[in-house]
Design a protein around this ligand. Structure first.
Ligand code: 5AD
Length: 350
């Protein structure tokens, strides 16, 4: 069995593809030795494309209002304990100003699905960021919208869009979301975004309630086939004011193993070591990078709102100045042999 697993990693490295059953076997039977072996290959494959560079993205959490009620998420509409806020155009521009000075060349506007941010409002903000910082990429992470809306935002200058698929299995999707949200609509959004021309990021939570190894295998197959430019994965983390308050959080070990598999599937993908990974494990982001991740997304949101954007319990860096976060990050990446760079870090099709 053990040999068989190592052979599967070799096969994945060579062919960038495995069957669903093979992925499932790896997920069910991985051990630390196999994870190390995979991480080494993943790092090697990443270095061929990106060297020892780590790209940074400045995350601006623009709104904690959300019309949805996802069972896992701390800013779900039904959470009466969540403090709601939204940033104005001026707030957002001042985050960009601070971020630009710190070396960020990508700004990610992320938020709940908040009707205040109409196409008109967003196009104006995107246009202004692109006018002031023409050398920067604008990434949006604002959930499901119509194709027309995605088109308008793209025309206004948005370059990239992050929309996690959450799980590639319809039945599982329905256990994580209320009826108002559908798996088909999620997939429609992802397809539209890609067709329009965005660099697109999908992704999923590791260890979300009801998740099985079969679901994770399907997630890997989905990544193989959809071929996103980016993929954000992090452990599910319990939030005390959600229906999943009594569920267990996902593991850092499985998350970093999956990062390695994703890197081997898509050698040139942009793969973040996420905040959630850094939250379940103090060395999570470093471990992520050592397993094949090459992006980190420090928080640029104003300090005054950080604690109000709590997707899960104990989120890290909610009390730290952005400048401090970046300085710490550079240092910790240097310690493991990587360099944080000031580059847009676009997807390159090589
Ligand atoms: N734990 C981990 N990740 C979460 N997200 C939302 N809630 C949680 C949680 N409790 C993730 C979702 C979403 C992204 C913005 O944050 O995958 O797409």
């Amino acid at each position: 069995m053990k040999n068989e697993l190592f052979n599967l990693i070799d096969k994945l490295e060579k062919e960038q593809s495995l069957t669903l059953g093979e992925y499932q076997k790896l997920i069910e039977n991985y051990c630390s030795e196999l994870a190390l072996y995979s991480a080494e290959k993943a790092r090697h494959s990443c270095e061929k494309h990106h060297g020892n560079k780590i790209f940074i993205r400045g995350l601006i959490e623009i709104s904690s209002y959300c019309k949805n009620d996802c069972y896992y998420c701390g800013i779900r509409k039904g959470n009466k304990g969540c403090q709601r806020y939204r940033l104005t155009k001026e707030d957002i521009l001042s985050c960009c100003k601070e971020g630009y000075a710190l070396g960020f060349r990508t700004f990610v506007m992320q938020g709940g699905e908040d009707a205040y941010y109409s196409d008109e409002v967003l196009c104006e903000i995107i246009g202004e960021i692109k006018r002031l910082y023409p050398d920067c990429a604008v990434t949006l992470s604002l959930g499901e919208r119509s194709r027309e809306s995605y088109e308008a935002l793209y025309k206004a200058g948005a370059d990239r869009y992050l929309l996690r698929h959450e799980t590639a299995t319809k039945e599982h999707y329905e256990k994580l979301h209320p009826k108002a949200l559908s798996f088909e609509e999620r997939m429609r959004c992802l397809r539209d975004l890609k067709e329009i021309g965005y660099q697109v990021g999908c992704g999923f939570m590791v260890g979300s309630p009801y998740q099985t190894s079969k679901h994770l295998a399907a997630d890997l197959k989905f990544i193989e086939e959809f071929s996103p430019h980016m993929c954000g994965i992090g452990p599910f983390i319990t939030h005390k004011d959600t229906p999943f308050r009594n569920e267990k959080s996902g593991s850092a070990d499985l998350t970093v193993f999956l990062l390695s598999l994703i890197r081997l599937i898509k050698p040139n993908i942009l793969l973040p070591a996420t905040t959630a990974l850094g939250t379940v494990d103090g060395k999570g982001r470093e471990r992520g990078v050592l397993s094949g991740a090459n992006v980190v997304m420090p928080n640029l949101s104003p300090l005054s709102v950080r604690k109000k954007y709590m997707l899960y319990d104990n989120k890290i860096a909610t009390g730290q100045e952005s400048a401090q976060c970046v300085a710490d990050l550079k240092e910790s990446m240097k310690e493991i042999g990587y360099e944080v760079v000031t580059e847009r870090g676009d997807f390159k099709n090589k």
